[in-house]
Ligand binder design. Structure first.
Ligand code: SAM
Length: 275
């Protein structure tokens, strides 16, 4: 007979910040359903080799390789702590499939072992590049790395509220609130300081659990930088909504007006670049 085990409430004392992060802002299955479809639409076959830039805990890579024995992945991140967490919590549980993932403690501008069919930079992580020169260097390295017909996909954040100094709390279940804080934005330089906090039902908190010293890059700037880096095609897929308050539903649709999008206070888009 199955024993019911009471799940301990999550508090600041027992919380695992990487597990909470993954739960709050990552959904690899949904992302891959979308990106595999885009790749198939362009190439009529499956993407097999993934390169996950800014991979952190390698949640995407570990999900990708479970798909089939032909699916392989490489992840790049400079920080050994999330990489080690990912090996223990994301790769170890998938057994032999983990052998098809190679993690590199390296800058994303470094070359990998194999040319990826799909190269991915998520959760705006390339905002870490503070100058256009660095951004274009990264995009150029990405373009040159791709396999024939490969695609480079990255998300981008726009709308009038993108640069407002605001806190956005939302519940992620089990009495945990995830808070995204745009703490400071300096309009003259584009510097953008953001934090993630977690707050718990018992009143405990993990304040400034993750810190991002970023530069805010608008959708237009990112598109232009991709073209400058030599990508000939950059398609914009804007997140859709099905509620009156305009909350995103995680579904992305190709913008038919050449990437213009529609005005709203906060929007997330995927840019898909091809050489
Ligand atoms: C916002 S987290 C992304 C985590 C996760 N991959 C995601 O999509 O949500 C940004 C990650 O980028 C890494 N990072 C920052 N600059 C980097 C660089 N130049 N090269 C490689 N990794 C970098 C950080 O160590 C951090 O783990």
């Amino acid at each position: 007979m199955a024993r019911r085990t009471a799940r301990r409430p999550i508090t600041a004392r027992n919380a695992d910040r990487y597990a909470l992060y993954q739960e709050a802002v990552q959904s690899p299955e949904d992302d891959f359903a979308f990106l595999r479809r885009i790749y198939r639409r362009h190439n009529g076959r499956e993407a097999l080799h993934l390169r996950e830039d800014f991979c952190g805990t390698a949640y995407l890579s570990s999900t990708w390789v479970k798909r089939s024995p032909q699916h392989t992945a490489e992840g790049f991140d400079l920080d050994p702590e999330p990489l080690a967490w990912g090996k223990q919590h994301n790769l170890a549980p998938i057994g032999d499939a983990a052998k098809r993932v190679t993690l590199h403690k390296k800058d994303v501008r470094e070359p990998g072992l194999r040319k990826p069919d799909l190269r991915l930079a998520q959760n705006f992580s390339y905002y870490v590049f503070q100058t256009r020169k660095e951004l274009v260097e990264y995009f150029t390295a990405a373009r040159k790395s791709l396999a024939k017909d490969g695609i480079f996909a990255l998300d981008v954040y726009g709308g009038t509220e993108a640069v407002a100094e605001v806190e956005e709390p939302r519940s992620i279940g089990r009495g945990v609130r995830f808070v995204w804080e745009q703490h400071r934005y300096w309009p003259g330089t584009g510097e953008y300081l953001c934090f993630i906090h977690f707050r718990f039902r018992d009143g405990s908190k993990l304040e400034r659990c993750f810190r991002y010293d970023w530069r805010y890059w608008s959708i237009i700037e990112v598109r232009e930088a991709l073209h400058e880096a030599g990508f000939r095609h950059v398609d914009s897929y804007f997140e859709q909504t099905d509620t009156p308050d305009g909350e995103g539903n995680g579904k992305f649709k190709l913008d038919q007006r050449g990437g213009s999008g529609r005005d709203c206070i906060g929007m997330v888009a995927y840019l898909v670049a091809r050489a």
